[in-house]
Design a protein around this ligand. Structure first.
Ligand SMILES: Cc1cc2nc3c(=O)[nH]c(=O)nc-3n(C[C@H](O)[C@H](O)[C@H](O)COP(=O)(O)OP(=O)(O)OC[C@H]3O[C@@H](n4cnc5c(N)ncnc54)[C@H](O)[C@@H]3O)c2cc1C
Length: 423
């Protein structure tokens, strides 16, 4: 059986950071991922709303690592692990391959959580993969195009959007939809943002959450706080507030961005190692990022939970580097991971954002928006992507174009919720 010194599973933020760190010591590794690309998830909403083209945020992982002579990149979905014998099984094109590892770094992320209502998945649009973003983009393009020739009642239904979850993604999508309608399509739309908590952007809190809410409201987004979605049917979302008052909102498009759940390889790993998981299925890893009693298995990023660190890209990247540092003997085995929190940011709309560096240092408005721009440019992978993104941002934010809509779409056609229901 084939042997690899290190196997990394996943080509997201955690996997890529670990790979780059290992390469610094010339350590050979096999990177297995179920997707070809390294996806920059924080900008998915810009692909969905036509600001950026998909390749600008999703370069092939093999091309990102092309200068690493240590890298052996493979497309495949890891489906099993024998933790005692250090053997991993992955599947590609129906064929199963086994590989023995010296060390394993698992970074398979998380998927959307529907809080026990998995039927909502078929009735809503999500933003987790590049195909999700393309699907939502095609839906947005369809409703705006069809609305042009529709009668008033149909137009109203077509141009009604409900966004569920007022975390960074929900806020960004809601703000962008309003901006897209106003500056690009020149149409009136209804955008309702539904959030179970008592404020938008709950992790920011206080003045920043209030600013975000005021900013959204002034752009015309209806913000419903302390409100839960209880049912979704074609063209209709039912919500209930904390007083138990129910309301039905007509909407052709529902975007779900409310919570994550780790499943897939996280669950396989939990069963194979006896590692416990939290309610969202995330592995409760050891302080040094190892899993259960296995010193050769590290799990990092969104598939894990440690010290209540947020499910954000800097955590995944720093954990990836920490695991790699132990493997390349720059840190002693057992060294606990400590997260260096450099702050969080979220965009509300053009020239409006919030940035929280810590409890005392916060920014809002235009200055925060430019900080957001600078940071995302810095972290976008590859010079060509940065260059292309700047060009697209100029077109979309200074001009009124949406270059992403020109992309030839290889995703499935948008499926009307009615058709999905019928299927
Ligand atoms: C819409 C959206 C917006 C976000 N915005 C922000 C933001 O503004 N700031 C921020 O810090 N964070 C943001 N995040 C969170 C951030 O993207 C995640 O924290 C980060 O991607 C986690 O990295 P990861 O390596 O754990 O997982 P991911 O980046 O999700 O990567 C998981 C990888 O594992 C692969 N994989 C999964 N299962 C298997 C398997 N069985 N076999 C092989 N490969 C597998 C996948 O193909 C993928 O390559 C956002 C997330 C989303 C979805």
């Amino acid at each position: 059986m084939e042997h690899a010194d290190v196997v990394i599973v996943g080509s997201g933020f955690g996997g890529l950071a670990a790979a780059k760190q290992l390469a610094k010591s010339g350590i050979n590794y096999v990177l297995i991922s179920s997707t070809r690309e390294h996806l920059f998830q924080p900008l998915l909403y810009q692909v969905a709303t036509g600001v950026l083209a998909s390749q600008e945020i999703a370069p092939p992982i093999a091309s990102v690592l092309r200068r690493h002579k240590e890298a052996d990149v493979r497309l495949g979905k890891v489906v099993a692990i024998d933790a005692d014998n250090a053997v991993l099984t992955y599947e590609h094109d129906g064929a199963h391959t086994q590989i023995r590892y010296g060390s394993l770094i698992a970074a398979t992320g998380a998927s959307q959580s529907y809080f026990g209502r998995d039927d909502f998945a078929d009735k809503t649009f999500s933003l987790k993969t590049i195909d999700d973003a393309k699907l939502l983009r095609a839906q947005i393009e369809r409703v705006f195009t069809e609305a042009e020739d529709a009668d008033a009642e149909t137009r109203k239904r077509l141009l009604s959007f409900v966004v569920v979850g007022a975390g960074a993604t929900g806020v960004e999508v809601a703000g962008q939809l309003k901006e897209l309608a106003k500056r690009h399509y020149h149409q009136e739309v209804s955008v309702t943002l539904v959030e179970g908590a008592g404020e938008v952007l709950p992790p920011f809190g206080g003045g920043l959450s209030e600013y975000a809410k005021a900013s959204l409201t002034s752009s015309g987004v209806e913000v419903l706080l302390g409100t839960f979605v209880t049912d979704i049917e074609f063209g209709k979302v039912t919500v209930k507030d904390k007083q138990g008052i129910e309301r039905r909102i007509a909407a052709e498009t529902v975007v779900w961005s409310a919570g994550v759940q780790a499943g897939g390889f996280a669950q396989i790993l939990a069963e194979a190692t006896g590692c416990e998981t939290d309610r969202a299925g995330r592995l409760l890893i050891n302080p040094d990022l190892t899993v259960g009693g296995h010193a050769d298995i590290y799990a990092i990023g969104d598939m894990t939970s440690l010290n209540r660190y947020p499910g954000q890209s800097p955590v995944a990247m720093q954990e990836g580097r920490h695991a790699a540092d132990i493997i390349r003997r720059k840190k002693l085995p057992g060294t606990p991971f400590e997260y260096w929190d450099k702050g969080s940011m979220a965009v509300i709309s053009r020239f409006s954002a919030v940035v929280k560096l810590n409890e005392h240092i916060t920014f809002r408005g235009v200055i925060a928006w430019f900080m957001w721009l600078a940071v995302h440019l810095l972290y976008l992978v590859g010079f060509r992507n940065r260059f292309a993104a700047v060009a697209s941002w100029l077109i979309a934010f200074i001009g009124t174009g949406r270059p992403g809509f020109d992309e030839v779409d290889t995703a499935r056609d948008p499926v009307r919720i009615s058709e999905r229901d019928a299927a």
